[in-house]
Design a protein around this ligand. Structure first.
Ligand SMILES: [Cu+2]
Length: 141
């Protein structure tokens, strides 16, 4: 199983647990406390904002690329990579979680030449599931 397949598998697994939690809410209060409460305490992170935005335009001297999740993520696997249309990595490989905001990850980039760029993100959310994906932006002359 590739990493991508594992991530998709995790998401499906998470979705079924979510449905399970919704079901337990409809059961009696005692049953909810017994079966549903422990899972509800762990949050599954999703991306809520990026800079530049998906499909947006960035300046040549943008300096950094950023992503915000809806909840804090775990340190270990936070990654952000910026790749040019030619497939070259243009970030400085220094992706880091903001010490003042654990839901914010940024990576610095060299001066960007005009063209299309893809940003790949990956993070481990508090519930232990891997969250990953990509978005694109463009630098215009
Ligand atoms: Cu999850």
């Amino acid at each position: 199983m590739t990493k991508g397949e594992q991530a998709r598998f995790s998401c499906r697994q998470h979705a079924s647990w979510k449905s399970f939690n919704l079901l337990t809410r409809r059961l009696s209060f005692a049953a909810f406390l017994f079966a549903g409460a422990p899972q509800l305490a762990l949050a599954h992170a999703i991306v809520v904002r990026t800079s530049p935005a998906q499909g947006g335009v960035g300046a040549e001297d943008i300096g950094k690329v950023e992503v915000w999740y809806d909840a804090g993520i775990r340190d270990a696997f936070a990654a952000l990579a910026v790749v040019s249309a030619a497939g070259e990595r243009v970030d400085r490989r220094d992706a880091a979680i903001d010490s003042a905001d654990p839901s914010h990850v940024s990576v610095s980039v060299n001066r960007l030449t005009p063209g299309k760029y893809t940003v790949r993100y990956r993070a481990l959310s508090a519930d232990g599931h891997l969250v990953s994906g990509a978005w694109e932006f463009e630098v215009r002359p």
